[in-house]
Design a protein around this ligand. Structure first.
Ligand code: BGC
Ligand code: CA
Length: 293
């Protein structure tokens, strides 16, 4: 699989790529810079950028705009960007400039926004997984250090999630009508598979293949619904963060990347780090659900 640089960038922590079929636009964030990007690959121009005054962990689609999980809470942003975030729910783990910021998230098919936090020291089990349903933010899982990898199987019957430092991906039986989770089970163990890095953000394709960006492992991996390793794609940088399907027919995989853990030598060695990467997807993706709100 041939990996290209879709857009040369110098992001610190690119994350949360998200495709809008309606707008034929890719959105993503640079968490550390509080930046949200919007780019139409067809237009072949530079992306639009909105900068918030705090970190932004992830984004989701909603009617007329985007939901953004900023460090301090969930906000709604109208599109085109007008720079005025509308608060929806506060982050209960955030305290005036410190605490656990929001990190990875995705909407389920009913438009609930599932989003987790990240422990300020990236180690202690003080973070949690939340779900925003009809404006109410509810804690759904606890004792997490870095909430990541949230995704759903195409039929909505499984919720995937990882606490990155454990190097394991779990799956939970999921009921989309009620939003309830069953008992979680260990699904993929990077250690047992001899895979490097930690599981970061993910996207599921039409066949139920789970694509995971291995942060520190410099590759994308694809797992079958049974948890078997089906593909491994090497990337030209060590810290890919998340993937999304986009472009015509949802046949392009977009990959965000980070420079935050590279020193000057690492940045020279990996000039593509911090850019937006792309490759032709062997299996197409699914349209992203539109969130409530
Ligand atoms: C977090 C980063 C972290 C990485 C690897 C990302 O989701 O935002 O801060 O270093 O995961 O665990
Ligand atoms: Ca992530």
């Amino acid at each position: 699989m041939h990996v290209e640089t879709a857009l040369e960038m110098t992001m610190s922590l690119g994350e949360s790529p998200l495709w809008s079929v309606e707008r034929q636009t890719l959105y993503w964030v640079d968490i550390n810079r509080g930046a949200i990007y919007a780019w139409r690959p067809e237009a072949a121009s530079r992306p639009d950028r909105l900068v918030l005054d705090e970190q932004v962990g992830c984004i989701a689609l909603c009617e007329g705009g985007l939901l953004a999980a900023t460090a301090s809470g969930i906000v709604r942003l109208r599109l085109p960007f007008d720079g005025r975030p509308e608060p929806l729910a506060a982050n209960p783990q955030w305290r005036a400039g410190s605490g656990n910021r929001f990190n990875d998230g995705h909407c389920d098919a009913a438009g609930r926004f599932w989003v987790g936090t990240l422990a300020a020291d990236e180690q202690s089990p003080s973070a949690a997984l939340y779900c925003v349903d009809r404006g109410e933010l509810v804690r759904r899982r606890s004792r997490i250090a870095i909430s990541n990898g949230l995704a759903f199987s195409p039929d909505g019957s499984w919720l995937y999630h990882t606490d990155s430092p454990t190097r394991c991906i779990l799956r939970y039986p999921f009921d989309v009508d009620s939003g309830t989770l069953g008992e979680g089970e260990a699904w993929v163990d990077l250690e047992a598979l001899g895979l490097p890095g930690v599981p970061d953000g993910a996207a599921v394709d039409r066949e139920g293949g789970y694509w995971s960006a291995l942060y520190g492992g410099g590759r994308l991996v694809r797992f079958s619904p049974a948890g078997e390793l089906l593909a491994s794609v090497e990337l030209p940088c060590p810290h890919p963060t998340m993937v999304a399907f986009g472009g015509p027919g949802l046949r392009t995989l977009y990959v965000t990347t980070a420079t935050q853990h590279l020193d000057a030598v690492g940045r020279r060695r990996w000039p593509a780090a911090g850019s937006l990467l792309s490759l032709a997807a062997p299996v197409a993706g699914l349209p992203e659900p539109v969130g409530q709100g």
